[in-house]
Design a protein around this ligand. Structure first.
Ligand SMILES: Cc1cc2nc3c(=O)[nH]c(=O)nc-3n(C[C@H](O)[C@H](O)[C@H](O)COP(=O)(O)OP(=O)(O)OC[C@H]3O[C@@H](n4cnc5c(N)ncnc54)[C@H](O)[C@@H]3O)c2cc1C
Length: 312
């Protein structure tokens, strides 16, 4: 039996592993991969302290080195369910095994929701981005579109307007979902334009994004054909939310309406189940960033250590 199982090996899981290893715990990390979303980062990371610039794959290599240096055991597998019985946790994995531990930290992260239109995948990292905080400064003096008229979209547009010449927010619905405060800030900003009833049809370019085309759903003509409009843009920021990887947790945790984990204590990151902690993008959080996931991973590891010390 392990002292601690960590589910996920993205920034939160790796940080949790490093901190738990220094407490001399007997640890198993179970993850589908090492690096999580960082491994998918196509352009350089420029907002992680200590690195002026580092590519995603290079940061993942450093994670792997640190995992080895801390003698952390990593199993590449998918956790499909967790149970708590007799004050212990049992994590079942896709390959059929069941791993047992006194405490568990969930760092299973989240995936950005896709718009699933032609060009989205092709230009991902070449003008299509899912993180304005990460990639916004690259678009200095350029023209961009933000897809999504909720708070994420509005906050992205406001942040981007510090850098770019012009931002167009494209909202699928006929009205805006962002809260009043964000709407007020956007209304005061002459560089941001909002288009509602805009169903994105495709993203086009040669090497990098050059345009985004949407169907104007507000226009219906007699033949019921669709009116398409094209905006010339250098970047497209997709801000329509995240899908957290929390399905396998059953009723051991409380989830909000976005399926993010609601921790019972922000001080310890313990969930509603004693001994079960969670950290990083799978948790309720307005901002999803490497530095924040890493910090939460470290916090959860120290809390898990205190829990294990108390119960064993
Ligand atoms: C394209 C892109 C660019 C980004 N750029 C930046 C940037 O420049 N700066 C920045 O700060 N942030 C950036 N981010 C955001 C940042 O990557 C995330 O905030 C961060 O990776 C979250 O870390 P995490 O460990 O919580 O989750 P993740 O990175 O999502 O890791 C989750 C881990 O859990 C594993 N997992 C999930 N479910 C299971 C399961 N059932 N069983 C086993 N394992 C499981 C996954 O395989 C993965 O290893 C970017 C994100 C993307 C997608």
């Amino acid at each position: 039996m392990y002292d601690l199982i960590i589910i996920g090996a993205g920034p939160a899981g790796v940080a949790a592993g490093v901190y738990a290893a220094r407490q001399k715990l007997n640890i198993l990390i179970i993850s589908k991969d090492v690096g999580g979303q960082v491994a998918k980062k196509a352009v350089d990371i420029e907002n992680y302290p200590g690195f002026e610039k580092i590519s995603g794959p290079d940061l993942v290599e450093l994670y792997k080195k640190q995992i080895k240096a801390n003698e952390l055991e990593v199993v590449i597998d998918e956790v499909v369910g967790i149970e708590k019985k007799d004050n212990k946790f049992w994590a079942s994995v896709a390959s059929g095994k069941v791993h047992e531990a006194i405490s568990v930290i969930v760092t299973s992260g989240a995936k950005s929701k896709l718009i699933n239109v032609p060009g989205e995948e092709e230009f991902s990292g070449k003008g299509v981005s899912y993180c304005s905080l990460c990639d916004g400064p690259i678009y200095k003096n350029k023209t961009v579109a933000v897809v999504g008229g909720g708070n994420n979209g509005f906050e992205s547009a406001l942040f981007l307007s510090n850098y770019v010449k012009h931002v167009t927010i494209l909202e699928y619905g006929d009205r805006i979902n962002a809260d009043a405060e964000n709407q007020e800030l956007v209304a005061k900003n002459p560089n941001i334009e909002i288009i509602t009833n805009a169903k994105v049809a495709r993203i086009e370019g040669k090497v990098f994004v050059e345009s985004i085309t949407y169907q104007d759903m507000s226009v219906t003509n007699s033949r019921e054909s669709v009116t398409e409009k094209t905006l010339v843009v250098n970047g497209v920021f997709v801000e329509i939310g995240y899908s957290p990887a929390t399905n396998f947790l059953g009723d051991l945790v409380e989830l909000n309406d976005k399926k993010e984990i609601v921790v019972a204590s922000s001080e310890t990151l313990e969930t509603k189940t004693p001994g079960l902690f969670s950290a990083g993008d799978c948790n309720v959080s307005r901002y999803k960033q490497i530095v924040m996931a890493s910090g939460e991973g470290a916090k959860a590891a120290l809390s898990a250590y205190n829990y294990i010390r108390k119960v064993s």
